[in-house]
Design a binder for this molecule. Structure first.
Ligand code: WQD
Length: 340
């Protein structure tokens, strides 16, 4: 059975991907340092799949430890690299922390497996900024990032693309996520924001359960259907399944290039107020919200063209916004009774 390494495998998207890899018949080994996740997630994953996966606690910024790991595990057939800091606001306050962590971990990983590596890289639609045309395709130009976090994603893609040019044994797929939301159907894993959630959906669920006050809608004067900003929200389980499809493509060595990029979204945009309404309609919970000023750094509207992912990865998102809201709400209710 092919063995896949998942770095950051106890994180939000990482944990859901670990479950889908296991369900697809892969042997999975997880690396994490719990910088932005809880060790309890390992037990939650075991509760879902019924087995305890191999886990190594390790900081990927420690080059000697990563080299040691690769020597101990030379038979890794693919790596899905999630381990990175990802809080936009924090990255503005602590840029060096973000550049060091996100680049050292990636470079150490590539060097450790330089003889042969199939790598799926966790990238982001942030690289597009405010696209000139919508839906945005993978061929759209990247734009100057609004934050050091977004810049680390852009530069990491360039590091990978340039390295692939001179390393035929390095095969990379960069996956550009739109807005991952929701939780596993079991409500045993989901998004675990530390402190006050910066992202919309965890703030909504924490407001609904009474952990937070009313939601502030950041701006209703955009050129959109109801004035609030548009994003392409995608269910985290659909996103996880796309990573399995990417690993399969790398294993099949079907690509004519050793560096490929794919958009992971639904191809549909929703406004903030539409998400608020979808949450109320799909859960029966009433939300309180106020309209506030725009948040600096936000783009007005972005949603993905996912034709390439469908045609080449053979993957399409299947879950809708109501599934996203209901699963996020079930996870929030689970957390209330089972605090991490
Ligand atoms: C969504 C919309 C906000 C909170 C982020 C990262 C990006 C990617 C996806 C990883 C925006 C509005 C939010 C609130 C609000 N992450 N909002 N009130 O900023 O689109 O993207 O997640 O790859 O890199 O930046 O997501 O959930 O923060 O915001 O009105 O309390 O909700 O203005 O329009 P964002 P978000």
């Amino acid at each position: 059975m092919a063995k896949i390494l998942v770095t950051g495998g106890t994180g939000f998207i990482g944990s859901h991907t670990v479950v889908e890899l296991y369900n697809a018949g892969y042997e999975v080994i997880i690396i994490d340092n719990f910088a932005n996740s809880s060790p309890k997630i390992l037990q939650q994953i075991k509760a879902i799949i019924g087995v305890e996966l191999e886990f190594v606690r390790l900081d990927l910024c420690d080059e000697s430890k990563v080299t040691e790991f690769a020597a101990k595990y030379p038979d890794i057939s693919g790596v899905i690299h999630f381990a990175a800091f990802k809080a936009v606001g924090e990255s503005v306050q602590e840029p060096l922390k973000y550049y060091k962590n996100n680049f050292y971990s990636l470079i150490n990983l590539i060097n450790a497996y330089k003889s042969s590596l199939n790598l799926v890289f966790s990238s982001s639609c942030t690289v597009y900024g405010q696209p000139d045309f919508l839906p945005v395709t993978e061929e759209a130009p990247t734009k100057k990032a609004e934050s050091p976090y977004g810049n680390t994603k852009q530069i990491a893609e360039e590091i990978l693309q340039e390295t692939c040019k001179v390393s035929p044994s390095l095969n990379v797929i960069s996956l550009r996520y739109f807005n991952p939301v929701g939780a596993h159907a079991t409500a045993l894993i989901g998004e675990l924001p530390i402190g006050t959630p910066q992202n919309l959906v965890p703030f909504i669920t924490q407001s609904a359960i009474g952990k937070r006050g009313p939601i502030t809608v950041f701006g209703n004067d955009y050129d959109t259907a109801d004035g609030s900003a548009v994003r392409d929200y995608i269910h985290v389980v659909d996103l996880a399944k796309a990573h399995v499809a990417a690993i399969k493509r790398l294993e099949g060595a079907q690509a004519d290039s050793n560096y490929e990029v794919f958009n992971l979204g639904t191809g549909k945009g929703s406004t903030v107020l539409e998400i608020v309404n979808a949450f109320e309609q799909s859960t029966g919970e009433k939300l309180n919200y106020n309209i506030g000023p725009r948040r600096s750094g936000d783009v007005e509207k972005v949603w993905g063209d996912v034709t390439k992912s469908s045609k080449i990865l053979g993957w399409t998102a299947e879950l809708n916004v109501d599934d996203m809201m209901r699963s996020a709400w079930n996870w929030e209710k689970y957390l209330k009774d089972n605090p991490f």
